[in-house]
Design a protein around this ligand. Sequence first.
Ligand SMILES: [Zn+2]
Length: 250
Amino acid sequence: MTHDDKAPAPPRSTLVITAHAGDFVWRAGGAIALAASRGERVTIACLTYGERGESAKAWRQGKTLEEIKGIRREEAEKAAATLGAEVVFFDAGDYPLLATPELTDRLVGAYRKTQPDVVLTHPLDDPYNGDHPAAARMALDARVLAQAIGYPAEGEVIGAPPVFFFEPHQPEMCGFKPEVLLDITEVWETKRRAMECLAAQQHLWDYYTDLAVRRGVQLKRNAGPNLGLPHTTYAEAYMRPYPQITAELA
Ligand SMILES: [Zn+2]
């Protein structure tokens, strides 16, 4: 295949790898909506529906496992569409989600297909929820395999997209520090609408609104007084497991 110099570069691509159907909304909905609002492509690889571990309301209502998976799938699809992203379900089964070579290999396929410029996933520690570290471990392992020309998977090898860990529910217990604060104010209403698609976890809507305000206060404190940020600034926090690459300290 020849490359035409005039062919437009493909849009930047973000790959989000999450354990459960709701995770991408609470933890990274702002980053996803921001990228989508710039015309970038965002793909969410959702390893499970969170059917056993994060659907307590539906279980209390007496729904069956298959009904719950269907409810969570529909909610997540609505939320992803609201944010402007595509969601792919792996249906690997949660509680427990186990890291396996087969699932890791499917993620290698996702990397090579989406050719991400940015990767978002869970932190590697979470004493409250083993599914989250399992997803993160596979996300990092698959990234390395997808880089190796000798690894047998379809598609082109990938570069070295930076990885950002999004904020877990109990950040201190997961060793999480807000190393990166992302201003999501301009897409806040979109994130809130996406959260409201997740009726199964309505108890979290206000919790994650409050968190975004708190991270916004910290963003403003770190940005200094001269940026003219609005009184209420909303933010999401991230960590970086790999070094930032730069030619200039900024
Ligand atoms: Zn989760």
